[in-house]
Design a protein around this ligand. Structure first.
Ligand SMILES: [Zn+2]
Length: 509
């Protein structure tokens, strides 16, 4: 049976415009999805949109649309960006789709019938923009601790989820599964939060209409997070437990921003426990981006617009920068200077130049035909072994979602290639007919090492690697079978590579 892999992004809220934070999560999911496909897995990669809730209802009223019209309009912007960013998702779920609504109603009913959802009355401080109730002690200066806006005292009839009942079971699960919540610092935060005690959670609202009605009591709509989180199984066809659900659930990893960790590491697992469904294997919370050292905000007008960046620098440069610049899981800073530096130094100089130099020499010394290697010297062996070791290392680092370190490992081999040229001095070998075989070995090793570099780079830089492998006349899509040394065929006619990444001279933003 084929190995399977299921990765998700959060579903993005249609009251937002797509920014670099959305692009970052989705890109990370894309890279791991592409890597797993390269390794022969059957992959389900899910993204989508969160379309219900009071904020959407209000925004739609303000712009003279129905909530669904607003959602239709904004969803297109997200989808267009994903296409532009080269996102290879399997499915895009919208919470307004019937397939989703049916699944949410089912899981709600299942938990209700079990007695873990009950009707009660709720009174507390409510932040409308955040759609969150806060207790007195959670408020900061009588304001919402998340957005610092005023809150209202609100009392309503509400269905409650008996989250308190699952406190010990959740703690035991987190402790028995060290990888369940990552990175480790975030795991510790969640453990501390759960140990403080879980309260029952209000899971319905009567203050607005734009949501999924509670089955059997249509005065209530289901709480947006209960609705939204369930997308991870409704997209797989739940409540039908065969099909994609049977194949892909439990999910291998939910990728999220750290601001929504609690919903994914506390609420969602306890909903699943109550419904008798398996828990996610891993929830990974990544960090936030600041821009030129400042927090991104609409008021500062420094929100980085991914479309504009892609137009200006090219999609693969952006893909590379976002995953290389900052270790996944930590906060990072976006600056144009840093981006231009990465493009010029890593992509144009190191990566592009190496292919350019090597293919130019093969063209000059061997008429553009890959020569057969001769005897391996110590220098060649070191270069070969470093390349082969890198392929394994990248595999291990991808398991940890350590994208930045994986790229670092790849770049060490690119650096070794440039050094190998300096040390073997092909231009000197070329002058001596007796060194013809030696020169052939050097050329062959250079190309074979780079073939492997481009294979493992495929998930990160899909467009660039396709171009580079075409210069090397590689006939097929890269696959796991090709991830071993010695697959380059002597006698293959290759092309002289042009610059993969032109240098950027003007570093003004
Ligand atoms: Zn708020």
């Amino acid at each position: 049976m084929q190995k399977t892999f299921y990765v998700t992004t959060p579903i993005y809220y249609v009251n937002d415009v797509p920014h670099i934070g959305h692009a970052y999560t989705t890109l990370a999911a894309d890279v791991i999805a592409r890597y797993k496909r390269l390794m022969g897995y059957e992959v389900f990669f899910l993204t989508g949109s969160d379309e219900h809730g009071q904020k959407v209802e209000k925004a739609a009223t303000a712009s003279g649309e129905t909530p669904l019209e607003l959602a239709d309009r904004v969803v297109k912007r997200f989808q267009a960006l994903w296409e532009k960013l080269g996102i290879s998702s399997t499915d895009f779920i919208r919470t307004t789709q019937e397939r989703h609504k049916a699944g949410v109603a089912r899981i709600f009913t299942t938990i209700l019938e079990k007695g873990d959802i009950y009707l009660g009355e709720y009174e507390d401080w409510y932040c409308t923009p955040c759609e969150t109730f806060w207790t007195e002690t959670q408020l900061t200066d009588d304001k919402c601790p998340d957005c610092n806006r005023p809150v209202d005292k609100l009392k309503e009839e509400s269905y409650f989820f008996r989250m308190s009942k699952y406190q010990e079971q959740l703690l035991a699960h987190i402790e028995a599964n060290p990888d369940f919540i990552q990175p480790k610092s975030k795991r510790n935060e969640i453990i501390a939060f759960v140990k403080e005690g879980l309260r029952d959670l209000s899971v319905s609202r009567t203050t607005f209409r734009w949501g999924i009605p509670v089955p059997g009591n249509e005065a209530h709509v289901i709480y947006v997070w209960f609705d939204a989180l369930t997308n991870y199984i409704t997209a797989l066809g739940y409540p039908d437990e065969g099909g994609n659900y049977g194949t892909f659930w439990p999910v291998d990893v939910h990728l999220i921003g750290k601001d929504i960790l609690r919903f994914h590491a506390v609420y969602w697992p306890t909903f699943l426990m109550a419904a008798g469904l398996p828990l996610p294997r891993k929830v990974f919370a990544h960090g936030w981006w600041t821009v030129e050292g400042q927090k991104m905000s609409k008021s500062l007008q420094n929100v980085v617009e991914p479309n504009m960046l892609i137009d200006k620098y090219g999609v693969d440069a952006i893909r590379y920068f976002l995953l290389r610049e900052v270790p996944f899981g930590l906060d990072g800073d976006f600056s144009h200077a840093a981006l231009v530096h990465r493009i010029n130094s890593d992509l144009a100089n190191d990566l592009g130049n190496l292919l350019n130099r090597s293919t130019a020499m093969v063209a000059k010394y061997f008429g553009g035909v890959v020569p057969a290697p001769g005897e391996e010297t110590a220098l060649d062996r070191v270069y070969r072994e470093k390349t082969v070791a890198m392929v394994g290392q990248v595999g291990e680092l991808m398991e940890e979602l350590a994208f930045s370190r994986a790229l670092q490992a790849i770049w060490e081999v690119i650096g070794a290639g440039n050094k190998y040229i300096d040390e073997t001095a092909p231009w000197t070998l070329a002058k001596d007919p007796e060194q013809r075989e030696r020169l052939a070995t050097v050329m062959h090793y250079l190309l074979e090492s780079q073939r492997l570099v481009y294979f493992v780079l495929t998930p990160f830089l899909p467009k660039t690697t396709a171009k580079a492998l075409a210069y090397l006349s590689w006939p097929d899509a890269p696959s796991a079978a090709g991830l071993v040394w010695g697959k380059l065929v002597a006698g293959t006619a290759i092309a002289r590579a042009e610059a993969l990444f032109p240098r950027i001279e003007n570093s003004d933003s």
